[in-house]
Design a protein around this ligand. Structure first.
Ligand code: 1CP
Length: 333
């Protein structure tokens, strides 16, 4: 059994399992080299040979316990026919939202549009480098995808002022997303994903109607993934009550963000836990890194825990700090 699977069934493992959110990406020189020659990000995600190489880059360097496929949460709006572009030094830009068009797309059109992602998983499944490691497929949660699809750009500077003006549009989109996110989960599982992670990167922006935007849609995906026999990790970044989230949604594992009081959370959560370390700690120095990493390892020493960050690794992270991080985690007794 893989170290992460052992953790998921509640066992303490001999090694402390570790992987990092956004582990394949811009902090790696070998990724930047490929990216330089592939300016169109969506095309890169749809190139199953290059995306296989990129997925394996962090494993080759650091020996993490899981590969997470090189793809993006915005491949779902793309697969549904909304235009998605990534602009340099700006981020994602989505095109007009035509709900009639989205409502007419069939499951097979959607699956065809994203078929290189499933090919990627099929190829990785056969790769010896993933022996005794997990292969993580992922989706964006309905709320976070809704945010990008309506907002059209990153909500890091807030939601557009008329975000909630068309409730019937929102309700329609939530239904469409529930259906097609499930199709994407099922296709990834059928192609070889051994775990699914649900990224709700912008759940911290939900201020009311938590059932409608957070709990109900996530629970629906969690139950669906479990029914396929695959564990599911949730990352509801920035929410204030992780304990309540775990009680209602019951994921197989919860990924905490860096604002979570880990010690306090342990009092009320009994499922396996992943993550927590602030990615900025990797920009400091080795002594400080050791102190902060040990804090998490100490708190979770008697709890099933997968080491990870409290959000994605930053592009300016130095390779030797990641190497040091892995050494600290592996050597902790
Ligand atoms: O070279 C580049 O400019 C591309 C940068 C990049 C990369 C490497 C983007 C654009 N996406 C990715 C890959 C990616 N995205 C992965 C696979 C790699 C890995 O994890 O190892 C995953 C899991 C994601 C997931 C993702 N995309 C999330 C959820 C996780 C998170 O960080 O919160 C989100 C919010 C996105 C949207 C997105 N894609 C890319 C950017 C720059 C963004 C964020 C935009 C924003 O700030 O709103």
């Amino acid at each position: 059994m893989t170290p992460i699977k052992e953790c998921l069934i509640g066992k303490r493992t001999d090694i402390n399992p570790i992987w990092l959110m956004r582990q394949a990406g811009r902090y790696l020189p070998e990724f930047r080299e490929i990216r330089k020659n592939n300016p169109d990000f969506i095309n890169l995600c749809l190139n199953s040979n290059l995306s296989e190489e990129i997925t394996l880059q962090p494993l080759n360097r650091f020996g993490f316990d899981a590969a997470i496929i090189f793809s993006d949460i915005l491949m779902i709006p793309y697969g549904l026919g909304q235009d998605v572009k990534f602009k340099k030094n700006f981020g994602p830009c989505l095109g007009n939202l035509d709900v009639t068009k989205l409502s007419n797309i069939s499951e097979s059109d959607f699956t065809n549009n994203l078929s290189p992602i499933y090919e990627l998983l099929g190829n990785l499944k056969k790769n010896d480098k993933l022996k005794n490691k997990d292969l993580i497929g992922f989706v964006g949660a309905p709320w976070t995808l809704l945010v990008y699809m309506i907002n059209k750009v990153s909500p890091k500077n807030g939601l557009v002022s008329n975000f909630f003006s068309d409730i019937s549009l929102i309700n329609n989109l939530l239904k469409i997303l529930d259906k097609f996110i499930k199709v994407h989960i099922r296709n990834q599982v059928n192609a070889g994903a051994t775990i699914i992670q649900i990224f709700d990167s912008w759940s911290g922006l939900i201020k009311s109607d938590f059932d409608k935007y957070l709990y109900d849609p996530t629970l629906s995906l969690v139950n669906y993934t479990k029914s396929l026999g695959v564990p599911v990790i949730c990352f509801p970044r920035g929410i204030t009550d992780y304990s309540q989230f775990c009680k209602i949604v019951k994921p197989s594992m919860i990924n905490i963000d860096y604002d979570v009081d880990a010690k306090n959370l342990l009092k009320s959560v009994d499922i396996p836990i992943q993550g927590g370390l602030h990615p900025e700690i990797l920009l400091t120095n080795k002594a400080h890194l050791k102190k902060e990493v040990n804090k998490y390892l100490e708190i979770f020493k008697d709890h099933p825990y997968v080491f990870n960050l409290g959000h994605g690794i930053l592009p300016e992270t130095k390779i030797d700090m990641v190497e040091e991080l892995v050494r600290i985690v592996r050597n902790y007794k």
